[in-house]
Design a protein. Structure first.
Length: 127
């Protein structure tokens, strides 16, 4: 039997991949800085990226909260309107998966928001 991911699980995987790519980018900047003799200043590259991430995180939290709320309300209405037990169970599973997915996305965004100053300090100290 082949296992297929739900939409929320796919979103979670995509967020995890994006976070991993961010970590790889930060580590590659550190490797370049260590490989050189210290004369390379990467702040011109890292500062715009960090600024972009900081400016996106606040609105992203609001957007995920708003979209998640609207989507869960619509799924709740679908659950309430379901007349047959199979439809009711299907709607219940969709609602549960949506809540878990949006909660995970929200937690990842908040974790990135909390980890960003730590990563920034780590990068500047190691350059």
């Amino acid at each position: 039997m082949r296992y297929q991911l739900t939409v929320n699980q796919k979103r979670f995987v995509m967020m995890a991949v994006c976070a991993a790519l961010l970590v790889v980018a930060v580590m590659s900047f550190q490797i370049v800085a260590q490989a050189s003799d210290g004369s390379v200043d990467l702040s011109g590259v890292t500062n715009p990226i960090i600024g972009l991430i900081k400016s996106i995180l606040g609105p992203l939290i609001a957007l995920v909260g708003a979209v998640g709320t609207i989507y869960c309300v619509l799924l709740g209405v679908k659950f309430a309107k379901a007349e047959e037990p199979q439809e009711r169970e299907k709607a219940k599973a969709h609602l549960k998966n949506a809540i878990i997915g949006f909660l995970l996305i929200f937690i990842l965004i908040v974790a990135l928001n909390q980890a960003l100053p730590i990563l920034e300090t780590w990068m500047t100290k190691n350059m």
